[in-house]
Design a binder for this molecule. Structure first.
Ligand code: NAP
Length: 288
């Protein structure tokens, strides 16, 4: 498998990022370009649509097929909407009918808004998401993660990048507290649990924990959030590139996957601050 994006260091100006993916045709099947000037000969339908819709100075060329487990839910739905600006998105579900119905609703939301989406939103079962997508987000409830991973182990993974926004916390005595998972008697973050369970068939990147679903779903919301990412640098760079396609999100590299527990623990911290300071749907931003 090609080792891609090794030169991408979260510094502006690097011309392109390629996503290694052993798809049905084998080898690299997707290429994300950082500059609108370098229009590739194999440009996608999404690229063509974007060129017609936006002024070139605002357009970055490139699109992936991105699937979302739990795409029928709050975070998954919001993410599907925003990602469709550049990418074809597959709303994943345990139920094919629910997936298609939610995909139709989300498409109607896009069509009824001023949001310009170059990609399509379609419904798929979770297995179909793995069969057809180059990147997969795990937008399933934290308390179902361990059980879901048991079935996800059997899915036909091909080296995809997996984005884990999962964070588990509990409320005790009026205070939210982070609750890690456990593996072999040691505490472990959600993202590390996904990586350990699925093994080398996936490359897990942790992120998006502090982006409220409601803010993603409101397509007129400018957001303005930072999104710290933890994981292997090359995989995190690809996720960063994808998230940069969402206006109002700034990806920041936080470190290897071992940092994920700190990222996941930001959510209960933010909730404690929100409750005590009467903040509605707050997000995370680094000043410096
Ligand atoms: N909500 C937020 O604002 C937010 C923000 C940042 C991060 N997150 C994280 O994102 C994840 C999803 O949160 P959410 O609020 O979007 O969850 P949610 O709306 O409660 O559920 C998402 C979807 O997960 C699927 N699901 C439910 N039980 C499942 C199971 N046992 N196995 C497999 N799939 C199951 C369902 O889809 P189907 O029934 O169609 O399969 C459901 O629509 C959580 O881990 C959370 O920590 C949430």
């Amino acid at each position: 498998m090609e080792r891609a994006v090794s030169l991408y260091t979260f510094v502006k100006g690097v011309p392109s990022v390629s996503v290694p993916f052993d798809g049905p045709a084998g080898g690299v099947v997707a290429r994300v370009h950082r500059s609108w000037r370098s229009i590739p000969s194999h440009q996608t339908r999404a690229d063509e649509n974007l060129q017609g819709l936006k002024s070139p100075s605002r357009v970055r060329i490139g699109a992936l097929k991105i699937g979302i487990f739990g795409g029928t839910g709050d975070l998954g739905g919001g993410l599907a909407l925003r990602l469709s600006r550049r990418n074809d998105v597959f709303v994943g579900s345990r139920d094919a009918g629910r997936a298609k119905s939610v995909a139709r609703e989300l498409t109607q939301m896009v069509n009824a808004s001023a949001f310009m989406a170059a990609g399509e939103i379609e419904g798929a079962t979770n297995v179909e998401v793995v069969e057809g997508c180059e990147m997969v987000a795990f937008a399933v409830p934290a308390d179902t993660l361990e059980g879901f991973l048991e079935s996800a182990k059997e899915f036909p993974w091909k080296g995809q990048i997996v984005l884990s926004p999962v964070t588990r916390f509990e409320k005790a005595g009026g205070t939210f507290a982070y609750r890690p998972f456990s593996l072999g008697g040691r505490p472990i973050s959600a993202a590390e649990l996904v990586q350990e369970t699925l093994g080398e068939k996936v490359r897990v990147v942790s992120g998006l924990h502090c982006v409220p679903a409601a803010r993603l779903k409101d397509l007129a919301d400018p957001m303005g959030f930072d999104v710290p990412l933890a994981g292997p640098r090359d995989s995190a760079a690809v996720v960063a590139q994808v998230l940069e396609g969402i206006e109002g999100l700034r990806p920041l590299f936080a470190g290897p996957l071992a940092v994920s527990a700190s990222l996941e623990a930001l959510t209960p911290l933010l909730l404690n601050i929100a409750v005590r300071n009467k903040l509605k749907e707050p997000g995370f931003r680094v000043v410096g």
